[in-house]
Write a protein that binds this ligand. Structure first.
Ligand code: FAD
Ligand code: FAD
Length: 465
């Protein structure tokens, strides 16, 4: 087969890789992208988008089920709801197809050549791809590694049979009667809550002493409360130890050292994701590493000249919007523009019920950084819009420097607060001070007013509390 030569070769068409290729194409860089599966990567095909589709379906079902149970204070009643998992999964798959098709169209629009197959490095400038029609060799001046991440497997609970990863949990043919979730991080809780709303009896097993250990305890409290309301059993300080070979039950060692067994038709293991660094010839390059991840500098350069790495393969935070921002930056660098990573914050959103948003430093992180801070929060219980949406649990919080009021961090927990992450991110990126937020007119009635009130409260003159 003929060799292809190009200026830029991108390996992996997830949010990191496809954004990099589109931006390079826009800038007139001769670009090839290789993808083993579908364009869109984990995020579009088995991650962010499918999980949010399932969460939406579960929310809709729960709403109707509550109405049918006469739980609505709004005076709305319906007869019993029904749920067809196969139709929900088919609906989710149509969304995925629209998005992955859209990515292909955009790549073509910007004259990016797409090669379908698994890429493997021969050396720092050459890659071979196993395609349907044979081996394709691609030589490139610059290579961007965007191979993403894969779920971490527990040695005592290998994937297979009833033990599933998030990928299988997003394409089930029915709602399991009993679901065990191992790992109370954001992926496990997002999916665990969705299945609980769809009627599964869910038990969460978490090794540390609380859920969502990466978020501060105050932010996670409303989520813990909601898990209780949904009948989810949460075992903290508990370790999943494997399947009992006779009964197929999940053995768990609880916090006080006792052993217990859980019966479950599905065991969802969500104990993190790891950079995808195997099976594509990384050993040929001998790049410097940061743990398992590929080590990068502030321009996403690896230790080999002409080889960049972006997205989950470079480690935490493994988030789609970070991968995209890195991809866009690297494309511009390859096209000759002066760019370096100068972001002040990468927002993180947890699409649990209620949702959590965190941008910048938490109060504890600010303290650990040696800052003297003002921390102020405003409860949604005092926010008119939240009342009208039955969304009074939670709060918005600001963390600012005590001396000059520069905002260091903004967090919120509450129904639908994911959409506030844009305002929070903008405030931090633009170096807002408390006075800027307090002085910005926020539309009424919106949940965003809680953000303004938190800033006003930090200044000592909140209006609505
Ligand atoms: P990926 O999206 O993993 O893409 C890598 C691509 O490279 C894949 O398509 C793969 O097939 C391809 N590839 C790998 N090796 C090769 C090779 N040798 N040759 C050719 N192709 C190759 N993030 C958020 O920001 N928000 C969310 O709400 C969110 N929800 C999530 C929910 C779930 C259930 C999961 C699993 C993840 C979620 N994430 C979320 C994380 C998000 O999916 C990742 O951060 C994001 O996809 C990383 O993008 P990436 O481009 O680095 O890699
Ligand atoms: P008002 O809220 O009208 O209050 C005036 C008060 O003065 C009244 O309580 C009245 O009894 C009292 N008063 C009058 N004369 C006297 C007197 N002589 N002595 C003592 N008391 C007196 N705005 C938004 O920003 N977002 C929206 O989504 C929105 N939706 C709306 C929907 C509707 C149906 C309506 C009618 C208005 C809406 N508005 C909305 C507009 C908003 O309600 C008004 O802009 C806002 O209430 C104006 O505040 P105000 O204090 O000037 O007047």
């Amino acid at each position: 087969m003929k060799e292809i030569t190009c200026k830029l070769l991108v390996i992996g068409a997830g949010p990191g890789g496809y954004v990099c290729a589109i931006r390079a194409g826009q800038l007139g860089v001769d670009t090839v992208i290789v993808e083993a599966r579908k364009p869109g990567g984990t995020c579009l095909t088995i991650g962010c988008i499918p999980s949010k589709a399932l969460i939406h379906a579960a929310d809709e079902f729960e709403k109707v089920a509550d109405l049918a149970a006469g739980k609505s204070p709004l005076g709305i009643g319906v007869s019993a709801p029904s749920f067809d998992m196969t139709r929900t999964v088919a609906w989710k798959d149509r969304i995925v197809s629209r998005l992955t098709g859209g990515v292909s169209t955009l790549l073509k629009k910007w004259k990016v050549k797409i090669v379908q197959g698994q890429a493997k490095f021969r050396d720092g400038k050459t890659v071979e791809v196993e395609t349907e029609t044979g081996t394709q060799v691609i030589r490139a001046e610059t290579i961007v590694i965007a191979t993403g991440s894969v779920p971490v497997e527990l040695p005592s609970l290998p994937f297979g049979g009833p033990v599933i990863s998030s990928t299988e949990a997003l394409s089930m043919d029915r709602v399991p009667e009993q679901l065990a979730v191992v790992g109370a991080g954001y992926i496990g809780l997002e999916l665990g809550i969705a299945y609980a709303k769809l009627g599964a009896k869910v038990t969460v097993v978490e090794a540390t002493d609380r859920i969502l250990p990466l978020y501060d305890a105050e932010l996670t409290r409303p989520v813990a409360k909601r898990l209780g309301e949904l009948g989810v059993t949460v075992l903290t300080g508990a370790r999943a130890q494997g399947l009992d070979p006779k009964t197929d039950q999940l053995s768990v060692e609880t916090a006080n050292g006792e052993k217990t067994r859980l019966t479950a038709d599905a065991i969802l293991v969500t104990v993190g994701r790891r950079p995808n660094v195997e099976g594509w010839g990384l050993e040929e390059l001998d790049l410097d590493r940061n743990g398992r991840a590929i080590r990068i500098d502030d321009q996403c350069r690896t230790s080999m000249r002409g080889v960049y790495a972006i997205g989950d393969v470079t480690g935490e935070p493994m988030l789609a919007h970070r991968a995209m921002a890195q991809g866009e930056m690297v494309a511009e660098i390859v096209a000759g523009k002066k760019r370096a990573w100068d972001k002040r914050a990468i927002p993180a959103v947890c699409f649990t019920d209620p949702e959590i948003v965190s941008v910048g430093l938490s109060p504890d992180e600010a303290k650990a950084a040696g800052r003297e801070t003002i921390v102020s929060q405003f409860p949604f219980a005092a926010n008119g819009r939240a009342m009208t949406m039955e969304a009074e649990d939670g709060f918005a919080r600001v963390v600012a420097r005590a001396d000059n009021h520069l905002v260091l961090g903004i967090q919120a927990v509450g129904k639908g607060v994911s959409e506030l992450s844009a305002a929070f991110g903008l405030a931090i990126e633009m170096g807002a001070r408390l006075e800027d937020i307090a002085g910005t007119i926020h539309s009424h009635p919106t949940q965003g007013e809680a953000f303004q009130e938190a800033a006003l409260r930090a200044l000592g003159h909140a209006l609505h509390i």
